[in-house]
Design a protein around this ligand. Structure first.
Ligand code: MOS
Length: 778
């Protein structure tokens, strides 16, 4: 028997269980999938931004060597629009008309024996267009706001009255640029038909959504569609929606009766899998002379495609951010001739927190109050709408302990007062928070006669460590050595799981895995409780401890039997049981938690007594700015994080570090740009600049808080927490260093040197947003 301690791996820093596979090149990403008889499809994309395909000449391409099929709107079969998922509707199916709604829209698919042949044939296709003038500005008279149920307005108290009566007002406008996810793994789809059954290997964060969309598109039974993605290759939100190229791969395979592979090019990744839309945000804050917030108004306008719906929670985080009696938020989307937006890490929240936390910083200077003190003074001790206490909230500890670790007390509050040699030094900070989110999830757990456990669910691991933490959790819940536990995911034939997104999967899947494992131990207990041959006869779940691949009576260590022995005696190959996550704040009669191998009843807080809190953090940033060149270096970051119960400190650290790195990119570097005709000009990592190691220097983090009471598992999402507030912390540090307030992301050298004013109202929001989307100034 293994001597490994089998309880207590959760909470310890563990390497990734899939790390070795990945570094050995043995992890199979969708782009790596190859199948006998595989044909290759290449996508042809619109060169214009708006209009119609007048004519598409495919004759020469059809005669090119190796070509199997060319599919355009002229010969494509009708495809139905997929069902609405947890995340709203999917983009419309491709090739259903001659209309061009954005640059980079797929207008033809070329299928050939090899990718090179397909590419070469694609170059022979000649398309003539009828061009319209694209809509590229928020104030274009041909466009209008979108009304849909995804971003409701919010009002608390009487904001106009409170603002008018405030001792001090800050009214400012912020803009954020379009950003594009750049996972290293190019998105790929391999589609294989067998009659009306379809198998798809697809880069996705949400296999069940891909299954449902393809079933709807082709009018087939979802049970006949299998989506496989054991390894994703990064996604950051780009894989949350089901994009047209996935449907086109399946369509090409259906037309050619061959397995077909589609791989997006890096340039196509900029137009085919979504992006973070740009925003313009007005924030008005009223406060008393002593620093008590009396009113916050947050109004956001962001872009959306010409035909689409997209949840974009730009102002959502403002509602519960501070103990402010009067709060009003509005989030409007304006249709533009842009590639269909999607979600990118902390969608909306990253942009909204930049505006709110910059404005709070501006208020701190207007009042002459330290930015931390101002935030502490206005801390929401209870949920400001409902008045309910939070299920957990260690934000005050984040402020206190983060400030101490960072050395905030060494800060001279005067802007442009700190130097290091020739460099201006700035200290800035910001509050970060992310809503609690836990969609429903199922998992299934088995123990086999060889003593191994196999636990699985149709979820994904986009690089966050899901395989690892779920393996650890299952090992602890079952008392099986971690080396004998395998976790499976990335297969829609496994139990229904939500997307890995919204920072909600650890909670959703973890609670499902814990429930499945507890039920499985319960099934073993049922087997032996009236088994006269078992030393465990008469046991109950409450009286046992799991360890070393089996069960013991807690108070009588000699009464122990392995799962393998139980299965053997009962003539069973395995026991398998499904489990489901409990809705946060709800307790079913069977809900338990596992502590040190023991099963303890769990009771959720009684209904309506707690506000479910998500993760919190406080970011502290030191920047060095060259006063002549305008170069900004993030020299140091300290983030203090309340992530609830931490399952694996090592993978959590990676999530926070990754969020900080993306926050540095958002603040200083990343900008998706188009020319005045709406054609993208940033189509590679040479033009679209992301942070590299040299940009991510001294990063330190600490964890505070405790398990959240709202779910049996006690975790909070951390995947998107760290990018939230990060851009504001950097912008606030830049202001402290230079005395220049840049209210437009990214804070490029040009913007800093242009000395965008630090006083409100003087920058034209329309001009600023026009710059960020690259259109002519109005
Ligand atoms: Mo995240 S944008 O919910 O993958």
């Amino acid at each position: 028997m293994s001597t490994t301690t089998t309880v207590g791996v959760v909470g310890t820093p563990r390497d990734r269980v899939d790390g070795r596979l990945k570094v050995m090149g043995a992890a199979t990403y969708p782009i790596d999938v190859t199948i006998p008889g595989l044909a290759h499809a290449v996508l042809v994309q619109s060169a214009v931004t708006s209009g119609r395909v007048r004519h598409i000449a495919v004759d020469a391409a059809e005669r090119a060597p190796g070509v199997l099929a060319i599919i355009t709107h002229v010969n494509a079969p009708a495809l139905a629009h997929g069902a609405v998922t947890l995340l709203g509707p999917s983009p419309l199916p491709p090739l259903q008309s001659d209309a061009i709604l954005h640059y980079g829209q797929h207008v033809a698919v070329v299928v050939a024996e090899t990718r090179e042949q397909a590419q070469s044939a694609a170059a022979l296709i000649e398309i003539t267009y009828e061009r319209d003038t694209p809509v590229l500005a928020f104030n274009d008279p041909r466009t209008s706001p979108v009304f849909h149920p995804w971003t409701p307005d919010h009002d608390r108290g009487d904001v106009p009255r409170a603002l008018a009566a405030a001792d001090v007002q800050v009214k400012t406008t912020y803009t954020t640029a379009e950003n594009t996810n750049n996972p290293i793994g190019l998105f790929a789809t391999v589609a294989v038909w067998d009659g009306d059954a379809l198998t798809v290997y697809d880069t996705t964060q949400y296999p069940h959504a891909v299954r449902d969309l393809l079933a709807a598109a082709f009018g087939i039974d979802p049970a006949g569609v299998r989506v496989l993605v054991p390894f994703v290759g990064g996604a950051f939100g780009a894989g949350l929606r089901v994009w047209p190229h996935t449907t086109l791969a399946a369509l090409a395979a259906r037309v050619t009766k061959r397995p077909v592979k589609v791989v997006l090019t890096r340039a196509q990744m900029f137009t085919s899998v979504g992006h973070r839309p740009n925003t313009i945000q007005q924030v008005s804050i009223g406060a008393s002379r002593g620093g008590q917030l009396t009113a916050i108004e947050h109004v956001s306008t962001s872009s959306i495609g010409m035909v689409d719906e997209l949840i974009n929670l730009v102002t959502h985080g403002t509602i519960g951010a501070y103990a402010c009696p009067n709060v009003s938020t509005r989030a409007t989307q304006i249709r533009q001739s842009i590639p269909i937006p999607g979600w990118m890490r902390a969608p909306g929240e990253a942009e909204g927190s930049f505006a709110l936390e910059s404005a709070i910083d501006e208020l701190s200077y207007a009042l002459g109050i330290d930015p931390i003190e101002l935030r502490v003074k206005n801390h929401a001790h209870v949920h400001p709408d409902s008045g309910l206490p939070w299920s957990s909230n260690a934000l005050l500890d984040c402020y206190r302990q983060g400030a101490e670790r960072f050395g905030w007390s060494a800060r001279n509050p005067q802007p442009r007062s700190m130097r290091n040699g020739g460099q201006l030094v700035g200290y800035g900070m910001a509050r970060a928070a992310l809503f609690a989110y836990q969609p429903p999830c199922k998992a299934i757990a088995s123990i086999r006669r060889d003593g191994t456990a196999f636990v699985r669910s149709g979820a994904t691991d986009i690089g966050t460590g899901t395989y690892t933490i779920m393996t650890m959790l299952a090992a602890d819940c079952l008392g099986v050595p971690i080396e004998h536990v395998r976790f499976g995911l990335g297969d829609s034939a496994m139990p229904e799981a939500p997307q890995e997104g919204g920072s909600g999967l650890t909670g959703a899947l973890g609670n499902a895995v814990q429930a499945a494992c507890i039920h499985l131990v319960g099934a073993f207990v049922n087997r032996v409780s009236d088994d006269a041959q078992s030393p465990l006869q008469g046991c109950r779940l409450e009286s046992i401890t799991v360890r070393d691949g089996g069960i013991q009576i807690t108070d009588e260590p000699a009464r122990f039997e392995t799962y393998a022995d139980i299965l053997t005696r009962h003539g069973l190959d395995e026991l398998t049981i499904e489990g489901e996550s409990a809705t946060p704040g709800e307790t079913s009669s069977a809900t338990m938690i596992v502590q040190a191998g023991r099963f303890i009843p769990y009771t959720a807080p009684s209904t309506g007594t707690r506000a479910h809190a998500g993760g919190y953090a406080a970011h502290f940033v030191e920047v060095h700015v060259d006063p002549d060149l305008g170069t900004i270096r993030v020299a140091r970051v300290v983030s203090a994080v309340d992530g609830g119960r931490i399952l694996n400190p090592k993978t959590v650290r990676s999530q926070i570090l990754g969020g900080i790195a993306m926050g540095i990119g958002m603040a200083l570097l990343e900008e998706t740009s188009s020319d005045r005709t709406g054609r993208l000009v940033t189509t590679s990592l040479a033009e679209y600049v992301v942070p590299v190691n040299a940009d991510v220097r001294d990063v330190d983090m600490l964890f505070v808080g405790q398990a959240d009471s709202m779910t049996p598992l006690g975790t909070k999402g951390v995947g998107e927490l760290a990018i939230t507030g990060m851009a504001a912390a950097i912008a606030n540090a830049v202001y402290h260093a230079t005395g220049t307030r840049v209210r437009s992301l990214p804070i490029s050298i040009e913007k800093l040197l242009r000395h965008e004013t630090s006083s409100p109202h003087t920058s034209s929001p329309v001009a600023a947003i026009a710059r960020t989307i690259g259109s002519a100034s109005p």
